[in-house]
Write a protein that binds this ligand. Sequence first.
Ligand SMILES: [Zn+2]
Length: 381
Amino acid sequence: MSDYITSTLSELVRTKSINPAFADGEPSDERAIATVLGTMMRALGMETTEYEPEPGRVSIVGRLRGSGGGKSLMLYGHIDTVGVTAMPEPFSAAVRDGRLYGRGSYDMKGGVAACLGAVKTLRDAGTTLRGDVLIAAVADEETASIGMADVLRHVTADAAIVTEPTELRVCLAHRGFSWIEVETLGIAAHGSRFDLGIDANMRMGRFLARLDTLEQQVRTRPPHPLVGPPSLHAAVLRGGTGTSTYADHCRLEIERRTIPGETEDQVLDEIRAITKALAAEDRTFRANVRAMLTRSSFEVDKNAAIVHAVLGAAESVLGQKPAVIGEPYWMDAALLSAAGIDTVVIGAAGAGAHALEEWVDLESVRKLTSILAKAATEFCA
Ligand SMILES: [Zn+2]
């Protein structure tokens, strides 16, 4: 199994699959790696189907058919990576001191290799499960998740395990985010004409002072037990056209990180409460607030069967109870959860996601493989 994992992961790392948003204008997509994965899945007795919502943006789903009547489990990994600019050895897949190096080794081809290894473990052991075991290897997680969104229009399962890297800790929640645009409106006028001009930048200043207060307030709210408090920051600010012109508008992009239980409507209402209060104080204050993009947070019920299966499998493989955590960043787990699929996240150990040197700890990939196989055996029995 150790050789299978190393050779499978090496082939995946050597197969370039940079998300086009990170490819510096070079043509790039997930077609080649999906083809490689299809061959690997079929060699394990899986039926495969490709999904291609946009040309070249290929996801592939393999299905190991059960004997019938059991619950189905989807093992998930994304197959796109971020870019490789200035990276010394992005596609080497070199192994040194138990680490396999290269772009995507940690985030998250190591997880994909473990999903394949888990199916091979079940096959080699002659285990017959009643439920189906699926592997969803999806495109475009690093940008807009068109891969997972499209797969979920066609494929479902009773539960899922997302193998994003967690250092073999069991992740049961992650934060979401809303990107919110606030625009203050003024009136352009020659810089000498204070009697005509209305300064949109000054009005944005008033807004920002109150947003600063809100930022401090949200972080003192009762924290979520796994992901902590919500947060926000004033990410992008642009206003004005020239030094001798009153700024007629100023535009701000806020990023608001949400915790389980918070909705887009709630976070918009908090922002609109500020603009309404400012408008009530000064009738020349005018502003528009709108949501640009929202990705919801994720949390799974601690009593879900898949949570028990993964915690039990991890304890038996690791020899101790695994740490239970929440992650601060967004993942496709939220899409699975929104589709009604109970989802747990557990993945390999390593370092360098999105950095110049990336590696995954091969022993952690082997342990992850065993955990996935045991969890599937319990869940799909
Ligand atoms: Zn990832």
